[in-house]
Structures are given as C-alpha cells and as structure tokens.
Design a protein. Sequence first.
Length: 394
Amino acid sequence: MNPVPMPTVRLTPFDPPAELARYRETEPIRRMVYPDGHVGWLVTSHTLARKILSDPRFSARSEFKRAPVARPSADPFFGAPALPGWLVDMDAPEHTRLRLQLAGKFTAKRMKDMRPLLERIVHDQLGVMEEHGPPADLVSLFALPVPSLTICALLGVPYRDRAEFQRNSATLFSLEASAEDAARAMDELYALLRQLAKQRDGDTGGLLSMLAAEGTLDAEEIAGVGVLLLTAGHESTAGALGLSVLTLLSHPEHRAELETNPGVLDNAVEELLRYLTIFHFGVPRTPLEDIEFEGHLLRTGESVTISLSAANRDPGWFAGPDRLDFGRRTAGHMAFGYGIHQCLGQNLVRMEMRVALPAIFQRFPRLALAIPPEQVRLKTDVSVYGVHELPVTW
C-alpha cells in the first residue's frame, strides 16, 4: 500500500476528512508519510486506537514524536526531551509520578464544587455580550473568556495576564507559527507560571500554590504543569464551546431538544464531544520495539498517528456515527483520548459545557448567526479545531 499524507481537507464544518472513513473501511492501519518524509502509520479504527493507546510498548515521549501535518511550532519540542512538568510528553515512571500529584485535584466531585463559580462566570460573560449588543462575536465575548477565567481561577493565575497567555497559547497551537515564535512563546509562559510556582504561602488560592506548598514537585515542574493546563484548559474548551454553538445553530432540531428536554443535557454534551472531536489531527505514539500488530510489522521508531476523529466516527462502535444523536449511547468515545494519557481536565471541560450551553440559549432564545454559515472561519490552521469568530445576533 502506498503511503498517504494525513488527510486534512474537510467537506463540511462538522465532519472529518472523507478519506479517513475510506481508510478505516479498507485499511484501518495503513502507511502514512509525514511532512519530513518519514513513513509511519495512520490508525483510523476505534478498536485499534484503544489497543495502541493502552499498550505501554507505544511511547508518548516527545523525543520520538513527529507532527502528522506541517507544524513548525512543534519543532522545538518534538525530537527533544519533555519540558519539566510536561507530562503529555512522558512515559512511566515520570508520567506516573506527575499524574499522581494531579489526578486527585481533577475529580468529578472537585469539578462539581467549582460549579457555583462557573455559573457566575457564565452569567457575567453573557451580561457582557448583552451589554455589547448584536451583532457580537461569541468567541471573543464568551467562548474564550469563560474557560480562560475558569482555568485562571483553578490555577491561581491572575486574569489580568490573559492577553499574554492567550497570545502565546495561540502561537503554540498554530500550524503557521515559526519554531522561533513557538520557543519564545513557551519561554514567556514558563516565566509567567514560574513566579506563581514559587509562591508557597497560598496567596494565589489556586492549584499552583497548592502544589508549591505540598513540596513534592520542584518549581520548574509546577510551572510546566501550569503551562500545560493553562494552554490546553482554555484553547480546547473555547474550541468545543464555539463549535458546539455553531452546531446547534445549524441543527435547530437538536437545539430545540436541548431547550425542551433538560434531562438530555449530559448525554448531549458527550455526543457533541464525540461528533466534533476537536483534536482533529490525531495523537502521536512510537513503538519502542518491533511489534507485530494486526498483520503488520511496526518497527522501532516508526511514528504512529491515531486519528481520534476517525475513531469517533467508527460504525463498528457507534451506530450511524455521522449523525448527531443526543439519544445515542456515547460510552467509549475518544474525544479525550484513551489510556494513561487520557485528558486530565476532561471533567472540567464537561462541567463548562454543561453550564455554558444551556445558559446561552436561555439568555438569548433568538440567537442566530449574523453571517451566512459558509462565511464562518474554521480553525483548520490550528491543531485544536473550532471557529476563529462566531458572529451572532439575537
């Protein structure tokens, strides 16, 4: 089979590239050529994705990673040891040590305890939108500030620093930023978080000062954990919120179902996460040894990209997977990945969406797009999918 590049062209805003479905049907693991010319593998099956992501023989270490699409902003970090605290780029035992320090702080119960704060944030930002008046950009006035304010409160990062960390975060996720710009952005983020990591008196009232007070991680590790959570914590949720609102505006029957049947909310959020899968270019892994896998020999060091968006549209796991269905069984979706590296903040993302989505349509029952749907700028130039702006009226 001839190696293929990672498919990236979408025919609709809500569906992954059509080639992924064809590959999944005929060659669920197949040869893929990377931007640097390396020939590795592309996995599009839900079952095979789970197998690889739960197999410790496949490494997540950044030393071995390659970006599946051209992304100069990854060059300073892929092919090099993980930055301090950057647990997504580590294997056990380093990953285990860091994750154990954090997992108990992101339980469903702890996130539930944050709900009153989150409700106030959502209420206030909807008030900002209302004061602005229509037309308004839902991303800049709501979808981005809500998760930014929330993650700042959780970590103890002053929200006044939002312009700096939002700018630097956008650089790191961009497919177009240079390696030099990305390295500078990461340095500035570490400098910002490093100061908070040194504060052991709890003044910030957040997770970073808590970790500093516990004394089990050093300042650089705490800063790295903070950078990881800060950047992923607002970029991913902002993408999911903006794209979810566009989806509901484009599917009025599902919007009506959400408005008239509050009991469907939790499953609707899971279905939106599955259906949209904002980490749209996949998850990289690398075999640490030669592995016989599904009739193929995966050699040591050959890059493997697991397409989460293809796995979440696998008809072998989800019936009618290309249909948005708030009544479907969503268990097993991989919007947050799978295995030991499954997204640490997934319970926070769920809570944010459960609070924010109903509130938007309750405050603005006549919410509608202010531009034709085809004019909405989609984030195809960013590793986290979403919309750049979402002009709305009401």
